[in-house]
Design a protein around this ligand. Structure first.
Ligand code: CFM
Length: 628
């Protein structure tokens, strides 16, 4: 039976339907794990919400659009600049997010007025930006705020703005996948066809389902430019609002992430008859295949071949260097869904690795069909995996590397397993030929990092937690072993690779705290060392002395200053007393002031009250001043 119930799932046996192990001779017509269904209560799901699928994955990527989230501020904050999609205009989309900042009283009395105010404020703050997306969230959807009329009002009032409404609250579907769907369909019905792009090439395409993770889009754009192909719209990596309104003018839709954006490609075909081809843009062989498909569509195969030849010449030997070191390494891929089928065969064919377990957060059954068809026998496929299953599967497959997000990555690192960010990447782009090399480099760096070995050693001593000679010995031993296992110098050093062997042999030697010298030093050197250490520490000692004795120092200084001041005043008075007639002038001044004071403050009841108020104010100032 290929379906597997993990030990950790004994109390939720329904999980068996979601975990599949591919066996010899089976195909996906016989078994498929259950996918794209509600998470079973009790399972610690890693999924995101529907709103997040619309905002964080698709809409938030646009580089010229105000993203206004109608809801409590957390919905905006948690989907803001946690994904690494740069742009060529200074990363406007990563810097800002807007929220209507719903509070309890708006939940009770409605938040539409608040939304309008927030929209007007946002446009006023950024007068050059004329495009906006407004999203509903769980709280504003539950109270029934009707945001479309508010959007119409603002558009009418301001005249020159265009706003897209995304009504996809978090609870709308079983995962973020619902958000992709709502965004795609909404954009198609509301915005596609409302803008006419300028056509500059006889070959035009839309690139669909690529979000410029760490520059992926820039790689794709470079290839298309070399082939003389105009990208009308990039849905949505480095994209602009208006370019996406002109998607109906492309001759071909090139779809990369079919899961998040296959919907709009299908709709464009239905409504405008634009054909769709699907490509895998990660991996060497897939990149070649993708470019050939696009070239063949337009009859410009020679241009595709020219780009392939140029890129292969540049990157093939680098990939080969990593392949030698990554062959037979076991990998787990735990991401959203599509990257499972994009990557499994690419890692196996390009680098000789084995993908031994995969988990998809929100993939549909068609994603599992693709990945199981492409995956190896014996591989474990999990739908909507939970944290305990991750622990159990790691025990089962003992991988050399896990490709996953930072959240699960933190868990993986605590188990001292190498991890590479499979969502936002470590040092991308990962797309295309250069991307394949970058990805291989990051995997190599993770697997061969000496940190992993050091992390396994507990360097605390038995009696105290400082480094003791026994630990030093262990460290030195492990250092020698690492030097043996990573012989990076035997081959041409990769220009982009972090040379860990070099770091390890030079830096560790110069770290006195890690490797102290236990041999006694000659006495003169010891004394010299102590003096120089004292001088080095002197500024620090002085700093800590003044911090520790701050109050007594202040008191002492105050007493000295006050004594000196009294002495000076007395001396001045002595001198003044000796000047004839000056006494009389002072006495007359005093009497004059007394008369003025009595008339100003004591004569009438109202001025007496004023005086009392002033006195109590001064008292309060003094008391509160002492409190703070
Ligand atoms: Fe498509 Fe994506 Fe992915 Fe995705 Fe995502 Fe993503 Fe992903 Mo993270 S659009 S489905 S919703 S390829 S954010 S850029 S990496 S889970 S597998």
């Amino acid at each position: 039976m290929p379906m597997k119930l993990f030990k950790c799932d004994e109390t939720i046996p329904e999980r068996e339907k979601h975990i599949y192990i591919k066996e010899k001779g089976e195909d996906t017509t016989q078994f498929l794990p259950s996918a794209h269904v509600e998470t079973i209560p009790g399972s610690l799901s890693e999924r995101g919400c529907s709103y997040c699928g619309a905002k964080l994955v698709i809409g938030g990527v646009l580089k010229d659009t105000i993203q206004l989230i109608h809801g409590p501020v957390g919905c905006a904050y948690d989907t803001w600049h946690t994904k690494r999609y740069p742009s060529d205009n200074g990363n406007f989309q990563l810097k800002y997010v807007w929220s209507s900042d719903m509070k309890e009283q708006h939940v009770v009395f409605g938040g539409e007025k608040l939304l309008k105010k927030a929209m007007l404020e946002a446009f006023a703050e950024f007068p050059d930006i004329k495009r906006m997306m407004v999203y509903t969230t769980c709280s504003t959807a539950l109270i029934g705020d009707d945001i479309k009329p508010v959007v119409k009002e603002v558009e009418k009032e301001l005249g020159d703005v265009d706003i897209f409404t995304v009504e996809c609250p978090g609870f709308a579907g079983v995962s973020q996948s619902k958000g992709h769907h709502v965004f795609n369909m909404g954009w198609m019905t509301d915005k596609v066809g409302t803008y006419e792009p300028e056509i500059t090439s006889p070959y035009t395409i839309n690139v669909i389902g690529d979000y410029n993770i760490q520059g992926d889009t820039f790689v794709m754009e470079k290839y298309m430019e070399k082939m003389g192909i105009q990208i009308i719209a990039h849905f949505t990596g480095n994209g602009t609002y208006d370019s996406l309104r002109g998607m109906h003018r492309a001759q071909l839709n090139v779809t990369n992430c079919a899961r998040s954006a296959g919907y709009i490609a299908n709709e464009l075909k239905k409504k405008y008859g634009i054909p769709r081809i699907d490509v895998d843009t990660w991996g060497f062989d897939y990149a070649k295949e993708g470019l050939r498909k696009i070239g063949a569509f337009f009859g410009i195969e020679d241009r595709a071949e020219a780009v392939i030849a140029e890129e292969v010449a540049k990157y093939e030997s680098k990939l080969a260097w990593y392949k030698e070191r990554l062959t037979d390494k076991k990998v787990c891929i735990w991401t959203g869904g599509p990257r499972l089928w994009h990557w499994t065969k690419a890692l196996e064919d390009d680098l000789g690795m084995h993908v031994v377990a995969m988990s998809s957060k929100f993939g549909h059954q068609e994603d599992f069909e693709k990945v199981i068809a492409r995956g190896e026998e014996g591989t474990i496929y999990i739908d909507d995996g939970n944290e305990l299953e991750f622990f159990e599967v790691l025990e089962m497959v003992k991988p050399d590397l896990v490709l996953t997000g930072p959240r699960v990555g933190a868990l993986v690192k605590k188990l001292h397993l190498p991890y590479v960010n499979g969502h936002g990447y470590h040092n991308g782009p990962y797309m295309g030929f250069e991307g394949a090399v970058n990805m291989a480099r990051d995997m190599y760096n993770a697997i061969y990092s000496p940190l992993m070995k050091l992390a396994k050693d507990d360097i605390r001593g038995e009696q105290n937690k400082t480094v003791i000679p026994e630990e030093n010995r262990k460290l030195k031993e492990s250092k020698v072993q690492q030097s043996k296992s990573i012989d990076i110098t035997s081959t041409e050093a990769m220009p982009t690779a972090v040379n860990y062997a070099a770091v390890e042999s030079s830096d560790l030697d110069t770290q006195p705290l890690l490797i102290p010298d236990n041999q006694p030093l000659p006495q003169r050197q010891q004394i010299g060392g102590k003096i120089s250490a004292f001088l080095e520490q002197l500024p620090k000692y002085l700093g800590s002395f003044s911090t520790e004795y701050q109050m007594p120092i202040i008191c002492f200084a105050t007493i000295i200053t006050a004594t000196i001041a009294v002495k000076i005043i007395l001396a001045v008075l002595d001198v003044i007393n000796e000047i004839p007639q000056l006494n009389l002038v002072f006495e007359l001044t005093g009497i004059g002031y007394l008369i003025w004071f009595v008339f100003r403050y004591l004569f009438k009841a109202s001025t007496r009250q004023e005086l009392a108020a002033q006195i109590s104010f001064i008292q309060k100032e003094i008391v509160e001043g002492q409190d703070s």
